[in-house]
Write a new protein. Structure first.
Length: 215
């Protein structure tokens, strides 16, 4: 049987990874968090004191980087970095790494290889519009910046991180802007993607809606 490819795109905090993980389990297919890949490169830059504004340096480093997914873990050069890629420092720098075209080529290449070898659901910004334009199903999740910000805020507070709600909302808006306005493969709804507004909807509501379209 042909591999199934499901694309879940949308801005930060729209619920993509939560929904994608549940759908992956439900359909017994692999889940790839493509944002985690850009985060891993960003983490490596920070660890190496690479100036993120120096594109040539970031590209050099990205070329020497190995990223892999296994058993719901993300590996950066052979080491699990699930938690390290979620720090505020990584979050605040990742959009500037993700806008570099050559870095995107490297990541997209890995995503396409994974998509070709098994059925997969990928969440990101450009999966339906660029990485897999022929995906079997495409969803574009949205929610108001306030709702997306308060979801992220709750996650951070639960982890014990001290933040202000307004700062989290402002950071999300800033990230949306960089992601949407970059030159190459920006955050955009593919023409044939199904838009789902998750504002005020429960996780179950959104999962049911997505599954209904797939089955
Ligand atoms: O989904 P996330 O917040 O973990 O994504 C981190 C960053 O990576 C986000 O600011 C945009 C970028 N990204 C991207 O440019 N393309 C993707 N396919 C996934 C994420």
């Amino acid at each position: 049987m042909k591999n199934l490819v499901i694309a879940i795109d949308g801005p930060a905090g729209a619920g993509k990874s939560t929904i994608a993980k549940i759908i992956a389990k439900e359909l017994n297919i692999n889940y790839i968090d493509t944002g985690a890949m850009y985060r891993a490169v960003t983490l490596k830059c920070l660890q190496n004191n690479t100036d993120i504004k120096n594109e040539a340096e970031v590209i050099e480093l990205a070329k020497k980087t190995e990223i892999d997914f296994k058993d719901n873990n993300i590996y950066l050069d052979g080491k699990i970095v699930n938690d390290e890629i979620r720090t505020i420092e990584v979050t605040n720098n990742v959009s500037n790494v993700a806008k570099i075209k050559e870095v995107r080529y490297l990541m997209v290449n890995v995503q396409r290889i994974i998509g070709e070898r098994s059925s997969v659901i990928l969440d990101g910004r450009d999966i339906g519009s660029y990485v897999f334009p022929n995906a079997d199903y495409k969803f574009f999740l949205i929610a108001t910046p306030e709702e997306r910000g308060s979801r992220r805020y709750k996650e951070l507070i639960e982890k014990g991180v001290e933040v202000k709600l307004q700062d989290v909302i402002d950071d999300i808006i800033k990230r949306d802007e960089i992601d949407s306005n970059r030159e190459f493969a920006p955050l955009v709804k593919a023409e044939d993607a199904i838009e789902v507004d998750t504002t005020g909807k429960s996780i179950k509501d959104v999962v049911d809606l997505v599954l209904q379209k797939i089955k």
